[in-house]
Design a protein around this ligand. Structure first.
Ligand code: S3P
Length: 430
């Protein structure tokens, strides 16, 4: 296994970064571009491994996707342009690719088979395969369609009204994408609002989606048209540098053109509530998503409780929030976050185990964790990403405030969402 020596105890982090493209939006740009008619051009596409898996899957279904110097160009030919793949579709590490693709394939009149890596093979898929079966898709897979490998043959779909037990944009999007392919109105209701990139992008491609409280509805048979997209910087990637700027002494970091979609900005709310010195400038809507520049400075922080509606708005940021909380005065309590157990790793376990190795005072609970802040310095040791990009990046930021030497196992996992992460971090180190 590869290891990497991390920078420890850095004096300050200063500078300006342009954060790479949003992962959720990059996936959707390729997917919607593929089922739209005409040309879609995507600027600031995230060249992370997850989004490259999405491109690879659509190419295997015959979609013409090319990379130009600063963009990805998709020549969509509608749902009917998708062809039965002669090879297995490899989704790699990407849950978004798997679940949204299943929604699309639910109505396509051919057979496909999806596999992914070791982590994907452990992630529950019944949350999408069950409702898609109810709509009429023929799906089989390990443990009755809960785990990859999964095979799917699209059927003639009928609309459903689905009450999702989880607040999941992946579940919502899979059902809306299946709903686009059947006669009548399909709706999904979720317990809390999840990210709404699918709804925004469908509208930008000329589609109609209705939102009524926690319910989203779509009429089948709509034809999408190719567009130009400029993907905002990923707030989930920015989060690592927002926390780094807040906890490393003498720091000031500016992040340009970060996506500020309100369904994703839980991290900003948490930083502000904890007392961070954070300002946002140049806020504007670009295409169909809000963006802005964020500055963060070294901050004096206090612990808070994080629970309820905000959880889906920061679910991917909880690993780095846990590190942030180790530097705040008092306790931080994270509740209602049992979804963490079914991410790329069980992130309750991996966060608690790795931060404990560094000497943090942190306990896991059934649906989250409790972090006792400012209980002592973090001390470097050998830590593990467990193949989870966000655990790897959290540990690299932890190193910046740790004493002694620190080694990260499996640092390459970070390329899933942020291939330039270490170059960007190094550019801020004095
Ligand atoms: C994503 C939705 C979230 C998030 C994931 C990306 C998306 O998952 O954790 O990283 O692009 O729709 P869930 O929708 O399953 O909560």
């Amino acid at each position: 296994m590869q290891t990497k020596q991390l920078h420890t105890k850095v004096n300050k982090l200063t500078g300006v970064l342009t954060i790479p493209g949003d992962k959720s939006i990059s996936h959707r740009a390729v997917m919607f571009g593929s089922i739209a008619k005409g040309k879609t051009t995507v600027l600031n596409f995230l060249e992370g491994e997850d989004c490259l898996s999405t491109i690879d899957c659509f190419r295997k279904m015959g979609v013409d996707i090319s990379k130009e110097s600063d963009s990805v160009v998709i020549n969509g030919r509608g749902f009917e342009g998708l062809q039965e793949p002669t090879e297995i579709l490899n989704v790699g590490n990407s849950g978004t690719t798997t679940r949204l693709l299943l929604g699309m394939l639910a109505g396509t009149p051919f057979h496909s088979c999806l596999i992914g890596d070791e982590s994907i093979a452990k992630r529950p898929m019944k949350r999408v395969t069950n409702p898609l079966r109810d709509m009429g898709a023929f799906i089989d897979g390990r443990e009755d369609g809960n785990y990859t490998p999964i095979s799917i043959r699209g059927g003639t779909l009928k609309p459903i009204r689905y009450n999702s037990p989880v607040a999941s944009a992946q579940v919502k999007s899979a059902i809306l994408l299946a709903g686009l392919q059947c006669e009548g109105t399909t709706s999904v209701t979720e317990p809390h609002k999840s990210r709404d990139h699918t709804e925004r992008m469908l509208r930008a491609f000329g589609g109609e989606v209705e939102e009524n409280g926690l319910t989203c509805s779509i009429n089948g048979g709509q034809q999408l048209r190719g567009i130009n997209i400029h993907v905002p910087g990923d707030i989930s990637s920015a989060a690592f540098f927002l926390v780094a700027g807040a906890i490393v002494p003498n720091s000031s970091i500016t992040l340009h053109r970060v996506g500020l979609n309100p369904t994703r900005t839980g991290i900003i709310d948490v930083l502000k509530e904890m007392g961070a010195d954070l300002t946002i400038e140049n806020e504007q809507i670009e295409h169909f998503e809000p963006v802005g520049d964020i500055n963060i400075k070294t901050s004096s922080l206090k612990g808070i409780e994080i629970s309820g509606d905000i959880i889906p708005r920061l679910i991917d940021e909880i690993p780095i929030i846990a590190l942030l909380a180790t530097q705040a005065s008092g306790d931080t309590i994270i509740k209602d976050a049992s979804e963490l157990k079914v991410k790329e790793t069980n992130r309750i376990d991996t966060v608690v185990t790795e931060l404990k190795k560094l000497g943090a005072s942190i306990e896991s609970t059934d649906d989250g964790m409790i972090i006792h802040g400012q209980t002592g310095k973090l001390t470097g040791t050998t830590v593990d990403s467990y193949g989870d990009h966000r655990i790897g990046m959290m540990l690299a930021i932890a190193a910046c405030i740790a004493e002694g030497q620190m080694t990260l196992k499996d640092p390459d996992a970070i390329a899933v969402s942020y291939p330039m992460f270490f170059e960007h971090l190094n550019s801020l180190i004095d």
